[in-house]
Design a protein around this ligand. Structure first.
Ligand SMILES: Nc1ncnc2c1ncn2[C@@H]1O[C@H](COP(=O)(O)OP(=O)(O)OP(=O)(O)O)[C@@H](O)[C@H]1O
Ligand SMILES: [Mg+2]
Length: 574
């Protein structure tokens, strides 16, 4: 039984408490199918989220099988399924792959036979069997809703909450989905609560809950709805609601609720007696073993293999990655021939004053030419790798946030999620950075310690990837995250001091945050003394010791990963 006792959800607005859900009390028995209806903005989604535990109730209490949810712990992830209105599957995957990933993330199966059996059962239950190999992106609206349901049913939840799963569907598909939800409530004593603003097919529900401005106006059998509101057709219920303030509806409901509750209990007893639905004995339901969540490594492996599959299915993304990996180093080599020029040395023998001055001018001119070319080439590599870093991760979390939140609600560990992102991105970072370093080195040898240079290229890409991943996990939308990441890369070059010397007070403030500076400075430090001197002779910027550059980039990566972790743990439902 699900019971709400005087449950409220209040927000603070302009210093006042505003109740979005106000003192709602209901009792819902096992094996029940309930509709939550009401005009737009009346608080249906808010009520559903409060029941799910996504909005902590401000007052009142929720009970599940006489367990007080706020005192004795919330639902376990496998007990509850929540189907939001938005699509919760990845377009490039097939129906079968989506359901398989959902099962692997939520349920610890003994072997692949059990896994397959669960997947097949859910596909059959939701009628998705015949289209299991179709990609999500080609599914119709109704099929997508079925998939959303299937992905929740994998853990066989005893409470299924659905938000507007029929909106936007044609009348036939709508009826099919309502019928499916009805059938799901007839299995293992499952409670199905479905938010809808459609007043069609109400006869399929066991009860209808009418909300008005966050307050309960009615909760009773569907056939009593028109009678209670003194209207001749269900379509007239909403206009009727608007005729008096919600407080009046709430008060009059208080007077009638017990008699309607009894009516529902009687209806249910008749249903059970008629054998319309096979409700197992109450003890059997309560004793049914709660499913165990898969371990960290299992979730990590599922996420990582799914990420690679999505990556390779998205041809545009693969092509872009390849184009970047191939073209960026070529771009650098086009500019690199000047960097290989000779730098004249001072002669050991004493010459006339005039000859010495002439020699000095020639040496300085060589130093200026080669030094600025080498400094520029290194900075060019660093900036291109920063750009790759931001391209790697700016949308990585923000672009799939609703899916991630859903999976977290279903028991996905944020640590497994973060680890899968780090593993996936690390492969990109290593491939991009080392290829850049080797390719450019092949066409014009790095004049110094190549390993150190390659290491700094790797670090700057890793740092920028990590920072943009943090942005991605902290921002609300993928657009915000992309924009911020692009600005961040855009500012690397001017704020690095490698091209323009910055005013000292600004430089001291900005430098610690500019990854490009540390990677550039670290690479310049790796140059042979003569080449290093040539670079020093053309820049106004001070260089930092190799160790400091290394620790600065390490700090960027560490802080960014901590921020990513904080952002990923924080609930971010819309
Ligand atoms: N976190 C929040 N902060 C402020 N206001 C909120 C918040 N969540 C919801 N609201 C407001 O509470 C009211 C109820 O919102 P809710 O989404 O529950 O309505 P609804 O009945 O589901 O509407 P619809 O049928 O359009 O989906 C709306 O006026 C909404 O703007
Ligand atoms: Mg809503």
């Amino acid at each position: 039984m699900l019971e709400l006792q005087e449950v409220s959800f209040t927000i603070r607005k302009d210093g006042d408490d505003v109740p979005l859900v106000d003192r709602v009390s209901i009792r819902v028995p096992k094996g029940h199918f309930m509709a939550i209806v009401g005009p737009s903005g009346c608080g249906k989604t808010t009520l559903l989220k409060t029941i799910a535990g996504l909005n902590p109730e401000s007052a009142g209490a929720l009970f599940w099988d006489s367990r007080n949810l706020s005192e004795d712990g919330d639902f376990s992830p496998s007990e509850i399924g929540y189907v939001p209105q938005f699509s919760i599957a990845y377009d490039p995957l097939t129906v079968d792959e989506s359901v398989e990933a959902a099962t692997r993330l939520r349920v610890r199966c003994r072997d692949t036979a059990e896994l397959d059996q669960r997947i097949d059962q859910v596909l059959e239950e939701t009628g998705l069997g015949p289209i299991s190999d179709r990609q999500v992106k080609v599914l119709s609206g109704g099929q997508k809703r079925r998939l959303g349901l299937a992905m929740e049913l994998v853990s066989d939840p005893k409470l299924l909450l659905c938000d507007e799963v029929t909106s936007g569907l044609d009348p036939r598909s709508e009826r099919e989905i309502v019928r499916l939800l009805h059938d799901l409530s007839r299995k293992d004593g499952r409670i199905v609560l479905s938010v809808t603003h459609s007043l069609a097919h109400l006869e399929l529900y066991d009860s209808i809950l009418v909300l008005h401005e966050g307050r309960l106006a009615f909760h009773g059998p569907p056939e009593q709805l028109t009678h209670y509101f003194s209207v001749s057709d269900t379509e007239e219920v909403y206009p009727r609601l608007a005729t008096q303030p919600s407080e009046r509806w709430h008060n009059s409901w208080q007077k009638h609720r017990e008699s309607y509750q009894k009516m529902m209990e009687k209806n249910r007893a008749l249903l059970v007696a008629s054998g319309d639905f096979p409700t197992p004995p109450a003890e059997a339901i309560e004793e049914s073993e709660t499913l165990r969540l898969p371990g960290f490594f299992s979730q990590f492996a599922t996420l990582l293999s799914r990420r690679w599959r999505i990556f390779f299915r998205d041809r545009g993304q693969v092509f872009l990655q390849l184009a970047i990996i191939v073209c960026f180093p070529i771009l650098v080599t086009i500019f690199s021939d000047k960097a290989s020029g000779n730098i004249r040395r001072f002669s050991d023998t004493r010459q006339s004053e005039r000859a010495e001055i002439e020699e000095k001018i020639l040496v300085s001119s060589d130093q200026a030419k080669v030094g600025s070319a080498i400094s520029g080439i290194i900075m060019f590599q660093v900036v291109l790798l920063s750009l790759m870093g931001s391209n790697n991760s700016a949308r990585e979390i923000a672009g799939e946030r609703p899916i991630y939140e859903k999976e977290k609600f279903g028991g996905l560990r944020p640590s497994a999620y973060l680890a899968s992102k780090v593993a996936f991105l690390a492969c990109l970072v290593i491939g991009q950075s080392l290829w850049m370093a080797f390719f450019v080195n092949f066409f014009g040898t790095f004049r110094g310690d190549f390993i150190q240079h390659a290491g700094f290229l790797l670090l700057v890409n890793a740092a920028m990837t990590a920072v943009c991943l943090a942005i991605s996990s902290l921002m609300r939308t993928a657009e915000q995250a992309s924009l911020l990441s692009i600005y961040l890369v855009g500012f690397q070059l001017p704020l690095s001091g490698a091209v323009l010397a910055l005013p000292e007070n600004i430089e001291a403030f900005t430098r610690p945050f500019i990854s490009a500076y540390w990677a550039w400075s670290g690479s310049v430090e790796a140059l042979q003394p003569q080449v290093y001197n040539a670079v020093k002779s053309v820049i106004d910027t001070s260089l930092s010791a190799r160790e400091i550059c290394f620790y600065a980039l390490g700090a960027h990566i560490a802080v960014a990963l901590i921020a990513t972790w904080a952002g990923a743990r924080r609930p971010q439902w819309d």
